[in-house]
Design a protein around this ligand. Structure first.
Ligand SMILES: NC(=O)c1ccc[n+]([C@@H]2O[C@H](COP(=O)([O-])OP(=O)(O)OC[C@H]3O[C@@H](n4cnc5c(N)ncnc54)[C@H](OP(=O)(O)O)[C@@H]3O)[C@@H](O)[C@H]2O)c1
Length: 291
């Protein structure tokens, strides 16, 4: 069994306690939970609905919502390390609850687009959250990844039903990142010293065109998948009801610059000491979802 006592960052022998993982049912959070368990850590998982959350055996599941920061207090009992996903709610109030509960180390998964003006509603919400974390006194590590490979799971229904993907901008290029790589950096930052005050922007190891991602999923499942390119107007219709209108417009705005997400960050290789996982690998890891 792993030692529960360890020297903390002040050099005292302390009780490490469980690590609270928020967003534990989500794309990156699920992988953080799994990797922490593999590392022998005690994990407490936050979800709004403990009765329907499916989490690995041995994980303590607790209820709570960012929309009600006081509901996080019980989940934080005995916790000094937290993985925090910014999803919704009053960021500074959430951060205050964490700091008051005695959290010392925090990994923060969020979003940052410095090119956006301060009055952009989504961007300013993330900025306020981020600044609250930085001035909280907790040892923080930000993660602002590129697009997740897991977003392509949006294509599961049409690939399963018709062997087709309908989307705009087939030549759009993105250095999508495997969620396991983002999670692996989170785990390092929670368990090792040296990541405090750092901001990581993990991406995948290479840019991938949309239409090539579709082809690679076809290869992984052993049957061809067709790509049908939509015009922006058709895409608006296609995504209506799936995403809020402002998110659809954001997707379409991004699509106007085919290389806008193509930048490859050195962070996965620098932190993990190996190249990032490829989309080909992701497609094989998730082939069963598309079959
Ligand atoms: N998707 C991308 O390509 C991408 C790229 C860069 C950055 N990001 C950032 O990554 C983060 C995660 O995004 P995602 O789209 O991948 O989502 P996700 O982590 O797959 O799912 C959202 C998670 O947040 C939890 N959650 C939602 N509302 C909550 C609330 N009110 N209280 C407590 N927990 C709540 C959900 O838990 P329950 O449902 O179990 O309560 C779920 O586990 C976001 O901050 C996003 O900006 C995403």
């Amino acid at each position: 069994m792993k030692d529960v006592f360890a020297f903390d960052r002040y050099g005292f022998l302390g009780f490490m306690g469980p690590i609270l993982v928020t967003g534990a049912t989500g794309t990156v959070g699920g992988s953080v939970v799994r990797q922490l368990r593999e590392a022998g850590e005690e994990v407490r998982a936050l979800t709004r609905d403990p009765s329907s959350a499916r989490l690995p055996a041995g994980v303590e599941v607790v209820g709570g919502s960012f929309l009600e920061p006081s509901s996080l207090v019980a989940a934080l009992r005995g916790v000094t390390r937290v993985h925090l996903v910014s999803m919704e709610g009053d960021g500074p109030a959430i951060v205050e609850v964490l700091a008051r509960a005695g959290v010392e180390r925090l990994t923060h998964l969020g979003h940052n687009d410095p090119s956006k003006p301060d009055d952009d509603p989504l961007e300013s919400w993330h900025r306020v959250f981020r600044r609250a974390i930085e001035s909280s006194g907790m040892a923080w590590t930000h993660l602002f990844p590129g697009e997740f490979m897991g977003n392509t799971r949006e294509w599961v229904p049409s690939i399963r039903a018709e062997g087709v993907v309908r989307a705009p901008f087939g030549d759009w290029t993105s250095a999508m990142v495997h969620e396991d790589d983002v999670a692996a950096i989170v785990v390092r930052a929670l368990l090792e010293d040296g990541h405090e005050g750092r901001t990581y922007q993990p991406t995948g190891p290479e840019p991938v065109r949309r239409r090539d991602a579709v082809r690679l999923i076809g290869e992984a499942i052993g049957r061809p998948v067709r790509f049908e390119e939509l015009t922006p107007e058709q895409a608006r219709e296609h995504w209506r009801g799936t995403y809020p209108p402002e998110v659809v417009e954001w997707f379409l705005e991004m699509g106007r610059d085919p290389d806008g997400q193509a930048w490859v960050s050195p962070d996965v290789a620098d932190v993990l000491g190996r190249p990032g996982l490829t989309f080909e690998r992701w497609a094989h890891d998730h082939a069963a979802d598309f079959s």
